[in-house]
Design a protein around this ligand. Structure first.
Ligand code: BJW
Ligand code: ZN
Length: 243
């Protein structure tokens, strides 16, 4: 810990990338692994356009179930510690793959959401936003008032492009970072998984916080095998003490 704090306190541009693991201690299941959402549900059957076209009812049932689950959970000390980091570094950017909104609820401000947000809806055909306060009935999926297309959740499925400006900004910030924290992500889903690699290539110190090792672990300068909700508050306290 002392070594990490000593390195981090000399850094000015910090980028954090989070994945499902940061929300695990809030009670949101991760995607992969034994406890993962997709131990029970196959991703390719649910998070693709093909799945939606084949069976929109099942896909909507899955999203409604997740929306309900997410509406009942709260940010954990890991989310709050990341929000505090904005005040510690001269320049701080949070990039998240999560769609659960817990970083915003924990009062992080500068957030790049790579995979959308599960609380929003949009049109399948023309991407027109659809009010997110309306419950979507899987039996009777509403259609777009502009083009008649079906309404879908505003998230990024496999095979879909990420928002071009958002991913470009994420790469720009990663290449300028002197400190990059990869937190609670299996680091296998592209293009997000390339962000820490880009930061490392640009000479950033790379710290990985994950209860399991990942393909990133071998290139990380520090690997912290602890739950993020336990490690991050200690890191923030250590950084505050040394400011
Ligand atoms: C803890 C912890 C604790 C637990 N503390 N840690 C071959 C064919 C077709 C496509 C591809 C291909 N090869 C590559 C691709 C591209 C594809 C891809 O990367 N696939 C890989 C699986 C190989 N990517 C895409 O399709 C992307 N688009 C794209 O590339 O466009 C161009 C293109 C188009 C067409 C063809 C090729 C290229 C889009 C990716 C969209 C991902 N979407 C999802 C669903 C979002 C919507 C929803 O939520 O419903 O995003 S998939 C899912 O994975 C979700 C997540 O954001 C994402 C990443 O998962 P994450 O966050 O890492 O979670 P887990 O569960 O994997 O890991 C959790 C980690 O936490 C674990 O490591 C635990 O150990 C750890 N942990 N508790 C610390 N307390
Ligand atoms: Zn439309």
């Amino acid at each position: 810990m002392d070594q990490i704090i000593n390195v981090a306190r000399n850094c000015k541009r910090c980028v954090v990338l989070t994945g499902a693991g940061i929300s695990a201690e809030s009670g949101v299941p991760t995607f992969r692994g034994k406890e993962g959402l997709w131990g029970k549900f196959k991703p390719e059957e649910l998070a693709t356009m093909e799945a939606f076209m084949a069976n929109p009812k099942i896909v909507w049932e899955w999203y409604n179930w997740r929306r309900q689950l997410i509406s009942e959970v709260k940010p954990n000390p890991g989310h709050y510690a990341i929000a505090e980091m904005e005040n510690i570094f001269d320049n701080f950017v949070l990039i998240t793959q999560n769609v659960d909104d817990l970083h915003r609820i924990a009062k992080s401000n500068n957030i790049l959401e790579l995979h959308g947000n599960i609380s929003r809806n949009k049109c399948l055909k023309c991407s027109e936003p659809f009010p997110d306060d309306q419950e979507i009935s899987p039996e009777e999926i509403p259609s777009c008032s502009k083009c008649g297309g079906q309404i879908r959740p505003d998230v990024v499925w496999f095979g879909e492009m990420l928002n071009a400006a958002t991913i470009q900004k994420a790469f720009d910030e990663s290449s300028k970072a002197d400190l990059f924290l990869s937190i609670g992500t299996s680091a296998i889903v592209q293009p997000a998984a390339s962000l820490p690699v880009e930061a490392k290539r640009s000479q950033a110190t790379l710290i990985e916080i994950n209860v399991n090792s990942t393909p990133l672990t071998s290139i990380a300068d520090f690997f912290v095998p602890e739950p993020s909700g336990e490690f991050l508050p200690k890191l923030v306290e250590g950084l505050k003490d040394k400011v």
